[in-house]
Design a protein around this ligand. Structure first.
Ligand code: FES
Length: 110
């Protein structure tokens, strides 16, 4: 089954001294999404995928729910259950954790 939606979670690690997603918890966030989707029985329709830099970097980890283009930043593993239930199942993005969609010209990977 092809997934209808994906959660793209940045796994990039920039040079020492530069803020980036993986050292900010991106790896634990991706693992938490994968586990939550599996436990919730959503693995076929939804997929959590690690990506390279999403072009935002500071304030991460950054992730985007695709194809609707809802961005979140600064999520931690403890936020995943709320995102899954309210947004991915319920259809309502979690506004308190949401980030504004970046302008297309800012989506240059570093
Ligand atoms: S390091 Fe994650 S958006 Fe650039």
């Amino acid at each position: 089954m092809q997934p209808r939606r994906m959660i793209l979670v940045c796994q990039n690690e920039r040079a020492a001294g530069k803020e980036s997603c993986r050292p900010s918890g991106g790896d634990a966030l991706l693992a938490a999404f994968k586990l939550a989707l599996k436990e919730r029985g959503l693995k076929g329709a939804l997929r959590a995928v690690g990506t390279s830099c999403l072009g935002q970097c500071a304030g991460g980890p950054h992730c985007v729910v695709w194809p609707e283009g809802v961005w979140y930043r600064g999520l931690q593993a403890a936020d995943v259950a709320e995102i899954v239930e309210q947004h991915l199942v319920g259809g309502r993005p979690v506004e308190r954790l949401r980030a504004p969609a970046p302008p297309p010209e800012s989506l240059q990977a570093e």
